[in-house]
Ligand binder design. Structure first.
Ligand code: SF4
Length: 231
């Protein structure tokens, strides 16, 4: 490392400098990954997105998308899920893993939607996080995917790891990482930043063997070339 670079690395980065760096990161990620989508989970309305998001825990989006066409044909409303035969529902979602738990969350969530929200998915964060199977991260994913809302940033394992590697946060706790990202990212790009970091984490900046040599963010990344230990 040159003396100038080493000195720069030793100085804490100002918030202003971090915001400029995030703007450049966003520009580069958009160039590579923007396809106009806000989620890889197929859905046509908020209820389908809620169900797909519950199913996506510990499962790939691709696998969820294989299961949901049949599921969405069978159950169309919150009342349908709430009154479903649990064995039948479990059978339909079995290949997504943890299906007993997921079936319980889907029916519990839809019962609550029926009892407290007239069968509709609420848009407010504080209401969404009271639904079974929905935490802050999934609520952020749902809000951005369905309504394009930018009040928070969904921090999953990819977003957390990339935030640490890119020097945007030093924290491990997803809610604290989210706070750091909110401070550094433009308000209208919060949901997009999460989506783009997930794409980059899946394709280039994997947990094991990040491809720094091929990464368009290497000039903005303090971990370029030595990122394996940052998980
Ligand atoms: S330079 Fe390496 S560590 Fe940094 S974002 Fe790219 S792949 Fe990840």
């Amino acid at each position: 490392m040159s003396k100038r670079k080493a000195n720069a690395a030793a100085r804490p980065e100002s918030l202003q400098a971090k915001r400029r760096r995030v703007a450049t990161i966003l520009k580069k990620l958009r160039r590579r990954y923007s396809g106009g989508r806000r989620t890889a989970l197929d859905h046509v309305d908020a209820l389908q997105m809620v169900v797909a998001t519950i199913l996506s825990a510990q499962c790939t989006d691709k696998q969820v998308n294989l299961v949901t066409p049949e599921l969405f044909k069978r159950y169309k409303t919150a009342a349908d899920y709430a009154g479903s035969d649990i064995g039948e529902l479990e059978g339909l979602i079995k290949s997504t893993g943890f299906y007993r738990n997921k079936a319980r969350n889907i029916t519990g969530c839809c019962r609550k939607l029926m009892e407290e929200h007239g069968g509709k998915v609420p848009r407010e964060m504080e209401k969404l996080v009271t639904l079974p199977g929905i935490g802050r991260k999934t609520a952020n994913v749902i809000k951005y995917a369905v309504w394009g809302d930018n009040d928070g940033i969904a921090v999953d394992t990819h977003v957390g790891r990339l935030s640490r590697r890119l020097g945007l946060s030093e924290r491990k706790d997803p809610e604290k990482v989210e706070r750091d990202l909110i401070e550094a990212a433009p308000r209208d790009a919060r949901g997009e930043l999460s989506w783009l970091l997930i794409q980059h984490g899946r394709t280039i900046c994997a947990a094991r063997r990040p491809l720094c040599g091929e990464c368009m963010l290497s000039a903005q990344c303090p971990s370029a070339g030595h990122a394996e230990d940052i998980k």
